[in-house]
Design a binder for this molecule. Structure first.
Ligand code: FAD
Ligand code: HEM
Length: 398
């Protein structure tokens, strides 16, 4: 809990810090990477840095945390903290790195806000920082302990035991532990981080959702190649590297699985709604439900440009068909086939059982539109869960 003295100071300075937080985080990353270029090369996602997404995520999370402390001093924004901690754990972030971030963040605050940062103001925000950092580090320690690894020691060598081309832009990779150890446990909906050595020597990391059910000796991921529309940015680095260079027999550096969007196996009716490559966590959930003999109603919703663009379309439908009570509805903007629906997802005539729990994954506009429709149909806000395939910019504002 924030001390009384700091509460008053944070309350008085939050508007100024909030207004400048974008400038502060921009300068923070400049300072951090100037002092530690290896962090930009080998830990942070440099695509997100270039596009400004991580800056927004960090700024949004600090502002949301401080706002929460003032409004609800006795609780913590757990959903947000868990989401960040799972991402940090999948990257192997350790407690020892928090003072490094603090040094450069506070140097940036002092430079942007100038004389407004009196010793009293610095002390109050230092308290906010450590409340957040210690909460995250404690959650991360628990995640490492839960996976039975030392703090930060999440990386293992895997052998690519299979590869399949799913669509023009998607390929699936099957992974087997290179040391012959059993595959780690995970929950349906979780992801791994994958680190690859790029041509310029950088070792960039990206996350990929697991598509198979827990319990298999292998892990499976499906990777969509990102084309950078010429005007908006270059081709995606890691996805194109995996497509171009990774084949059966190759080694891959892969993290222990983490992720807070996991299927709660409570026997409730379910809606699994995805768009594009957002189908990947849904495949794992469906595979798991099929293995465990789930009997409550399940509605599968998927949106894609066309059937030919829908990665794992055959498996998606086949897994839905294995469940006792499941309807699979696929919407395509182009070339829908018999039994498919045309255009964008419209749930108005889709019946949902009372108490339905919904899981969403896809681009933010798809998830916003689907969430609106679900709320209008009476699904409780607390029963709508989602995954963003990038820094979660929705959480702080949702
Ligand atoms: C939890 C989670 C699960 C995920 N699961 C999957 C999955 O199952 N399958 C899957 O395919 N993906 C998944 N992703 C997405 C994946 O992690 C990568 O983000 C994706 O593969 C793109 O990575 P990349 O290195 O190819 O692209 P990047 O190089 O990171 O580029 C991403 C975007 O940034 C733009 N960009 C890069 N540099 C610049 C610049 N200088 N200026 C402007 N724009 C720039 C690029 O043009 C591109 O549009 C997941 C992500 C998360 C967070
Ligand atoms: C209190 C301190 C910190 C806060 C508030 C914070 C906040 C965040 C947030 C909001 C995200 C995005 C999560 C998402 O994907 O939705 C993130 C990701 C990340 N954080 Fe932290 N973080 C902190 C400390 C650290 C430290 C100490 C490190 C290690 C040096 C670190 C490294 C990373 C990396 C590498 C990512 C992924 C970046 C990307 O994919 O672009 N963070 N953090």
């Amino acid at each position: 809990m924030l001390s009384e003295k700091s509460t008053a100071t944070v309350r008085a300075t939050l508007p100024a810090v909030g207004a400048a937080i974008g400038d502060i985080t921009e300068l923070f990353y400049e300072k951090l990477f100037e002092a530690h270029p290896e962090l930009l090369r080998d830990l942070f996602n440099r695509g997100n840095q270039a596009a400004g997404l991580q800056k927004q995520a960090l700024a949004g999370s600090i502002a949301a945390f401080a706002t929460h402390l003032l409004a609800h001093p006795d609780t913590r924004p757990d959903v947000m903290l868990h989401r960040i901690a799972h991402k940090h754990a999948s990257l192997g972030v350790t407690r020892e790195q928090y003072p490094v971030v603090r040094t450069h963040l506070f140097a940036a605050i002092a430079e942007v806000l100038g004389e407004a940062v009196t010793p009293e103001v610095a002390e109050a925000w230092d308290e906010v920082y450590w409340l957040m950092a210690n909460a995250l580090a404690a959650l991360e320690d628990r995640l490492y302990a839960g996976a039975r690894v030392a703090a930060g020691d999440v990386w293992r060598e895997w052998t690519v035991s299979g590869r399949a081309e799913e669509t023009a832009d998607c390929a699936s990779f099957r992974l087997t532990p290179a040391d012959g150890a059993p595959a780690p446990e995970f929950k349906p909906g979780q992801y791994v981080s994958v680190q690859v050595a790029l041509a310029d020597g950088a070792r960039q990391i990206r996350q990929y959702s697991l598509t198979n059910a827990p319990g298999s000796p292998q892990l499976a991921i499906t990777v969509k190649r990102v084309h950078g529309p010429a005007a908006q940015g270059p081709d995606g680095e890691v996805s194109n590297h995996l497509h171009a260079h990774v084949h059966p027999g190759d080694r891959l550096r892969v993290s222990v699985p983490y992720g807070d969007l996991v299927l709660q196996d409570s026997g409730a009716p379910l809606l699994l709604a995805s768009a594009g490559i957002g189908c990947t966590p849904m495949l794992s959930m469906l595979d798991h439900l099929a293995h465990t003999g789930h009997t409550a109603p399940v509605t599968v919703v998927h949106a894609d440009r066309s059937p030919a663009d829908h990665a794992l379309r055959t498996e998606h439908r086949a897994l839905a068909g294995k469940l006792a009570d499941c309807e699979a509805l696929f919407w395509y903007e182009e070339a829908p086939e018999a039994g498919d629906r045309a255009g964008r997802v419209d749930l108005s005539d889709v019946p949902l059982a009372p108490g339905t729990r919904a899981y969403l994954c896809g681009p933010l506009p798809f998830m916003r539109a689907t969430r609106e429709q679900l709320l209008a149909k009476g699904v409780a806000a607390a029963d709508i869960h989602y995954e963003v395939f990038g820094p979660d910019l929705w959480l702080a504002t949702a």
